[in-house]
Design a binder for this molecule. Structure first.
Ligand code: AKB
Length: 324
C-alpha cells in the first residue's frame, strides 16, 4: 500500500488549521504538508509557503514530498469576494485548476470544499435538496458552483478521485473565520465570553445552516476514507448540522451568560445571507458515507463557551506570569 502523504492548501485558515492538526494526529506529523501564502505556526510537521496561483510551485511540492492527496482549502469567501469579484474569481478558480491538474498528472486524491453559497435565491430555501437549482448571486458562490462541476468533470473525463462537501457556516473555538457571511456566529461567542455586547451584521430572524467544527472535520475524514464505489455524488455533497437565527443563538448564549446583549446593524452581508438556504437536506451524505453530525445548538453553545472560557483563563494566566 502507498504511504499517505497529504498536502493542504490554506492550512492557516479557519478550517485548514484544525484539519491540519487532526490529520497530523491521525496520520503522523510528517505525513501532512501544511502550505499557506503566509508563514503560520501549525505545530510539528512540514510547512511550505505556497501561493496557490503558482502552479509550478505546487507541482514542485507535490513531486518533492511524493504527495498522494491534496486538500484544497485556500479560497476567498463570500463577503470578501464581493469587495473584489475579479480577484476572488481568479484566486478561487485558477487555484482549483492548479490543484486538479497537479492531481491529474500524478493520480492524486483531492478534497474540495464547496459551500451552501453554490445555491442562490431561486433555490428552495427549506431542506434544500441535493440536486436542485444552483444560480448563485455572489462571486464566491459562482466559483463554488463552477468548481463543483469542474471536479465532476475531472472525475468523469480523467477518472480523478475528487471528493467534495457543501459546507454551511463553520463554528469552532479553535480558529477565527475571515471574510464570510456566517462569521457572526463565531464572533458572537467571543464577545459573550469577553462580557461585551455584540453588534450583529445580520437581522435577528436570518436563518442560516451552520455546522460545528468537530462535526465538519469528522465529516471530511469520513468522506475521504470511504471507498470510491460508495460515492454517488461527484459534484459536492450537501451537509447539514444545525440551522438558527441570530436571535436564537443569542438566546442560547443568554442561558449561560444572562447579561449578554445583542443588537442589530445589518450591512451588505444581509443580501448575501438572504440569497442562501435556511436548512439543508443531507440524506445523500448520510446514505453514502454515513454522515452523522453530533452537535445541535445547545451542545455546540456549551462546548464553545467552555473552551473559550478555558482559553481566556490561560491567556490571563500567561499575562499574569509575564508580569512576574
Ligand atoms: C461564508 O460565509 O462565506 C462561508 C460559507 C458559508 O461558505 N462560511
Amino acid at each position: 500500500m502507498t504511504k499517505k502523504t497529504i498536502l493542504i492548501t490554506g492550512a492557516g485558515g479557519q478550517i485548514g488549521s484544525v484539519l491540519t492538526k487532526t490529520l497530523r494526529d491521525t496520520y503522523g506529523p510528517n505525513s501532512v504538508i501544511a502550505t499557506d501564502i503566509r508563514s503560520t505556526e501549525l505545530g510539528d510537521g512540514p510547512f511550505e509557503l505556497l501561493d496557490v496561483l503558482n502552479g509550478n510551485r505546487l507541482h514542485e511540492l507535490v513531486n518533492r514530498y511524493r504527495v498522494t492527496e491534496i486538500y484544497h482549502l485556500a479560497a476567498i469567501l463570500s463577503a470578501r469576494g464581493e469587495q473584489n469579484p475579479k480577484i476572488a474569481w481568479d484566486i478561487n478558480m485558477d487555484s482549483l485548476f492548479n490543484v486538479l491538474d497537479a492531481a491529474k498528472e500524478r493520480k492524486l486524491k483531492v478534497f474540495f470544499p464547496s459551500s451552501i453559497a453554490a445555491f442562490g435565491p431561486n433555490t428552495p430555501k427549506v431542506n434544500t435538496p441535493q440536486e436542485t437549482i444552483t444560480q448563485p448571486t455572489t462571486v464566491y458562490g459562482i466559483s463554488k458552483a463552477a468548481g463543483e462541476n469542474w471536479c465532476q468533470y475531472y472525475f468523469l473525463k480523467y477518472g480523478l478521485d475528487v471528493r467534495s462537501v457543501r459546507f454551511p457556516g463553520i463554528i469552532g473555538y479553535q480558529s477565527l473565520p475571515g471574510g464570510g457571511t456566517t462569521d457572526y456566529a463565531v464572533d458572537i461567542y467571543h464577545k459573550a465570553i469577553l462580557g461585551e455586547d455584540f453588534s450583529c451584521f445580520l437581522q435577528a430572524d436570518t436563518r442560516l445552516p451552520m455546522l460545528y467544527m468537530d462535526d465538519a472535520i469528522q465529516g471530511v475524514l469520513q468522506l475521504m476514507d470511504t471507498t470510491s464505489d460508495k460515492l454517488s455524488v461527484r459534484t459536492s455533497y450537501n451537509l447539514a448540522g444545525v440551522s438558527f437565527t441570530p436571535a436564537e443563538i443569542s438566546a442560547e448564549i443568554q442561558k449561560h451568560h444572562p447579561d449578554f446583549k445583542i443588537h442589530y446593524a445589518p450591512d451588505f452581508r444581509q443580501a448575501i445571507a438572504d440569497s442562501w438556504p435556511q436548512s439543508i437536506d443531507d440524506q445523500q451524505a448520510r446514505h453514502d458515507w454515513n454522515w452523522q453530525p453530533q452537535f445541535d445548538l445547545a451542545r455546540m453553545t456549551t462546548d464553545m463557551l467552555s473552551h473559550l472560557a478555558e482559553m481566556l483563563q490561560i491567556e490571563k494566566l500567561k499575562n499574569l506570569v509575564a508580569q512576574i
